[in-house]
Design a protein around this ligand. Structure first.
Ligand SMILES: [Zn+2]
Ligand SMILES: [Zn+2]
Length: 380
């Protein structure tokens, strides 16, 4: 079944403000809430539909993608817009960041509103996390609409003083003997209303744009670390400050080195003779350094040797972590005849029973044909 238009589901216009959308959602969610409509399958479907539409329209980034590409843009079917795999994560982060409230940035009554804070994911490699790195990163953010200079009013027109509150942004409600001050619903506290909305930004005053920043990532960062740039978030109303921009670091898994706090863990192959007799082994670290370490005599497979100071750096300074090398003793294959002979002698001295010499393909063929055939080099 094709999904219905989000604006239609919430019965709001395409230029509806966040406040209008939240209000419409609350009303409909209350009406169709499963607790109020026990056993009513249709109400449940409606409730889900309304909630889904609200999840999209309350989030400026998702709403912008939806406005451009519809549902397909958010499910990732159509290219462009926000990458869909990050969509959910960003959604989650926004949820916790803004306390899950439906509201926009910081608000003051009767004045211009500050821009929203933005969070963006920044993926780096483990090597980059170890050395520190500069990354050029483009982030979608809202800029003043060039057509209306951020006012939201069609060029040639101006926002007019709100009639309901007289430009105060708040109204006094008389409730019996008490007067209560309330944010003006007509202008959402701005004090002005737009009668002729700008066509470029639908009266929003801002349009989606991209900001490219060079992000300096210190050595030692880990997944979940944040780097904040004050005043680099979305534009606010004219005269109000921008929001902040925060990058959340995500470090990719390395195929050989695994991170454990400040330490790095890896496996390292050694030969049977190295393991038995001990001796120096050369280990390559995450950053490509060659480190020689003495392997003790009689090292068993899975034993761990600690190479001090070759783990991850500490981003706050101080001691680096260690490299924990788990030894894996490799069983030799493709032995030369001399090597095989030596191992057979070893087996004899330790009174270990071993399989007889391996027959090559021609040897097996000869067995099959009853002893006929030419002798082969690997058989004697
Ligand atoms: Zn505009
Ligand atoms: Zn007003």
């Amino acid at each position: 079944m094709a999904k219905r238009d989000c604006y239609e589901v919430l019965s709001v216009t395409r230029s509806a403000t966040e406040v209008e959308i939240t209000k419409a959602y609350r009303k409909l969610a209350m009406q169709h809430h499963p607790d109020r409509n026990v056993g009513d399958a249709e109400a449940e479907v409606r409730f889900k539909e309304v909630t889904e539409a609200y999840e999209i329209l309350r989030d400026p980034q998702k709403r912008a993608v939806y406005d451009r590409h519809g549902h397909a843009g958010l499910s990732g079917a159509a290219g462009g817009g926000a990458p869909s795999d990050l969509g959910d994560l960003i959604g989650d982060l926004f949820g916790s960041f803004f306390g899950g409230g439906g509201g926009g940035g910081r608000r003051q009554r009767g004045g211009p509103r500050a821009g929203r804070d933005i969070q963006a994911i920044l993926d780096i490699d483990l090597v980059e996390a170890a050395t520190g790195v500069k990354k050029t990163q483009a982030v979608p953010r809202e800029e003043f609409c060039g057509t209306c200079n951020g006012t939201g009013a069609k060029p040639g027109t101006k926002p007019v003083t709100c009639k309901r509150c007289g430009g105060q942004g708040a109204v006094l409600l008389n409730q019996g003997f008490i007067s209560v001050q309330q944010t003006c619903r007509a202008c959402e506290g701005r004090g002005v209303v737009i009668t002729d909305p700008c066509a470029s930004c639908r009266g929003h005053g801002r349009v989606e744009s991209r900001r490219t920043l060079e992000v300096e990532i210190p050595a030692g960062v880990d997944t979940g670390n944040r780097i904040r740039y004050a005043g680099e978030g979305d534009a606010g109303d004219p005269g109000a400050p921008r929001g902040d921009l925060e990058f959340v670091i995500r470090v990719r898994e390395h195929k050989f080195f695994h991170r454990d706090g400040h330490n790095l863990v890896c496996q390292w192959p050694v030969s049977i003779s190295q393991a038995a007799l001990g001796g120096p082994i050369e280990i390559t670290t995450l950053t490509g350094q060659k480190v020689v370490h003495d392997l003790p005599r009689g090292t068993q497979t899975h034993e761990v040797i600690r190479v001090f100071g070759h783990g991850m750096p500490n981003p706050r300074g101080g001691r680096k972590g260690d490299l924990l090398v788990q030894v894996v003793v490799e069983t030799p294959t493709n032995l030369t005849p001399e090597q095989e002979e030596l191992l057979r002698k070893l087996a004899e001295t330790t009174k270990t029973s071993v399989a007889g010499p391996r027959k090559g393909f021609f040897g097996k063929l000869k067995d099959l044909l009853g002893g006929e055939g030419n002798p082969t080099p690997d058989e004697k």
